[in-house]
Design a protein around this ligand. Structure first.
Ligand code: DHB
Ligand code: FE
Length: 283
């Protein structure tokens, strides 16, 4: 059977992708950030996945206000890097896993969750920047990736509780897939940031550190944070953190009720307008 072998959580700032693509990772502004991901790249080499289920948000690149699916899953065999206005990032095409993705669709919709099935789409920085952070600049990504896109742009957005419950349903779907696959679940976005208005540039280190604690040891408490609290405490774009809850929910509960093992934790301010947070958890 397939099994979830790790949860990876990380911010997905577009400027990080530009720094990698333009060879600026050792510049003084960026070096401390990329040093924080060196243990992660080492861990990724030592702990390969057969498939990554990557929860991210599209930034009005594919899902403009014309179509706003709350939860969407990519069932295609390949996903091209999107052109977000400066040309597509020079990164490998993302290969999907149509069989596992279709199984998740069947199982999760069977449990009364409404997933939008997407058979063709491009993927933006929300998906490709985390791959670059964890894998560097390979000629091909090391394994297939199933994109799960969440609406965090247009209100109403889903609650943290709903995201955790969807993650748990995805976890059950993965555990019932009859092939021996090591599946990693990744949640991207956040942490505190606000990109517009009088509070642009807002960062809340205390909120972020408490969120890193809670998502590790008490995901139900992290799921209880409501939208107003995200916006008030950590800025309007901190709502991206609800995507971490889907990945966390998909991790298997330990029989003893213990928390997963935290293999790596990193926090850095600033990267563009964002506080960067990163966790690697293993069941
Ligand atoms: C920035 C951060 C994001 O999460 C994003 O999607 C776009 C921009 C930023 O800090 O610049
Ligand atoms: Fe974003």
């Amino acid at each position: 059977m397939a099994r979830v072998t790790a949860g990876v959580f990380t911010s997905h700032v577009p400027a990080i992708g530009a720094a990698i693509d333009q060879g600026r990772t050792t510049q003084p502004y960026w070096a401390p950030l990329f040093e924080g991901y060196e243990p992660s790249r080492q861990w990724a080499r030592e702990n390969p996945a057969d498939v990554i289920l990557l929860v991210y948000n599209d930034h009005a690149t594919v899902f403009t206000l014309d179509v706003v699916p709350t939860f969407a899953i990519g069932t295609a065999a390949r996903f091209e890097p999107a052109d977000e206005g400066w040309g597509a990032r020079p990164v490998p095409v993302v290969h999907g896993h149509p069989e596992l993705a279709s199984h998740i669709v069947q199982s999760v919709i069977g449990e009364d969750f409404d997933l939008t099935v997407v058979n063709r789409m491009a993927v933006d920085h929300g998906l490709t920047v985390p791959l670059s952070l964890m894998f560097g600049q390979p000629d091909a990504w090391p394994c297939p990736v199933i994109p799960v896109a969440v609406n965090v742009l247009q209100y109403p957005v889903p609650s943290g509780r709903r995201c955790l419950a969807l993650g748990q349903a995805i976890g059950r779907a993965i555990a019932s897939f009859p092939a021996d696959l090591r599946v990693q679940v990744w949640g991207t976005g956040g942490m505190s940031h606000q990109l517009q208005g009088p509070r642009a540039g807002l960062i809340n280190r205390e909120f972020d550190q408490a969120f890193l604690d809670r998502i590790t040891v008490d995901p139900a408490a992290a799921a209880a944070i409501d939208h107003v609290e995200y916006v008030r405490e950590a800025g309007s774009e901190a709502i991206e953190l609800i995507m971490w809850l889907i990945a966390r929910g998909a991790m298997p509960a330990r029989p003893s009720g213990q928390s997963p093992r935290c293999v790596h934790r990193f926090y850095h301010v600033p990267a563009s307008n964002t506080a960067v947070g990163h966790l690697i958890l293993m069941p």
